[in-house]
Ligand binder design. Structure first.
Ligand code: FES
Length: 280
């Protein structure tokens, strides 16, 4: 029986390496689909990558030409043997191309299996937030309520009074918390979106999201206790001190026929430390 050549043994080793890598890649995908296991995923990923690397290293080291080879010319075949020589050469080429095709397929399968497994972690990013970062629970006509759910009438708030309010039925929506303040209407830079001196701003600091709950009457500003950002209540809650760079979004409001304070729309801008300026 013929002993396998060195090249044949190399091809077998490469096939085993790529095969192992393929199986590990598929197993990694299955483990991920079944809920994941960090240890198993790590081992399978190592086998998958290691198998691919081993196969490529063997291929490069054992099957590829090392460079120019120098040697004596063999004597030309005797006249009449050219056909036989051509046949032998053609067989060699066929064998070589067949082997390469086989190994390329094995390598493709290994790379494909690993690529498939690596696609699944994208699911770990969770569901798309959609427009949830841009909208709150405030809608046109939402009546304001206190934290205990009690409706807010315009008459409930004296000048320089302040309340934390939510949309009716949505007191568990943290992104909708709002400070409602009554000031002398004559002091406001603009009365747009205000009603009878009542003005409403998001309570979530635009710096890092702390509640901006401290209203300083003397200076008519809202103060954030976390990093001392200060917002001018009379002028669109623009930041006038501290690290915040964006005004607190204003909630447009009106007073309805029964005297309740209602929103006429959602906030004009996303509330809180929005994703585009989170690091400021
Ligand atoms: S969170 Fe308000 S100043 Fe930083």
């Amino acid at each position: 029986m013929n002993q396998p050549s060195q090249e044949d043994r190399a091809v077998r080793r490469i096939a085993v390496a790529f095969g192992l890598s393929t199986l590990a890649g598929l197993a990694l995908a299955v483990v991920y689909i079944l809920g994941g296991n960090v240890q198993a995923e790590g081992i399978l990923l190592a086998i998958s990558l290691g198998g691919l690397g081993w196969g490529l290293a063997e291929w490069a080291g054992k099957l590829m030409s090392k460079g120019p080879e120098v040697g004596d010319y063999e004597d030309p075949p005797p006249p009449g043997d050219e056909e036989e020589v051509a046949e032998v050469v053609a067989e060699g080429w066929d064998e070589s191309f067949g082997r390469r095709k086989f190994l390329l397929r094995m390598m493709g399968a290994a790379a494909g299996a690993m690529g498939l497994a690596l696609v699944f972690p994208i699911r770990s990013l969770g569901p798309s937030p959609g427009t949830s970062l841009l909208r709150t629970a405030w809608r046109t006509g939402s009546r304001m309520v206190r934290e205990d759910g009690q409706l807010v009438r315009a008459a409930d708030l004296a000048v320089e009074g302040v309340l934390t309010v939510f949309p009716e039925g949505e007191t568990d929506q943290a992104d909708s918390q709002t400070v409602l303040i009554r000031v002398d209407p004559a002091l406001l830079a603009s009365d747009e979106g205000t009603a009878e001196g009542l003005i409403a701003y998001s309570k979530i600091c635009t710096h890092a999201g702390c509640p901006v709950g401290l209203y300083r009457v003397a200076t008519h500003d809202l103060f954030c206790p976390c990093h001392q950002s200060t917002f001018d209540v009379l002028d669109g809650a623009k930041p006038i001190a501290g690290p915040a760079t964006r005004a607190l979004p204003q909630l447009p409001i009106e007073v309805d026929d029964e005297g309740y304070v209602v929103a006429t729309d959602d906030f004009a801008e996303p509330v809180g430390p929005s994703f585009w300026n989170m690091d400021r």
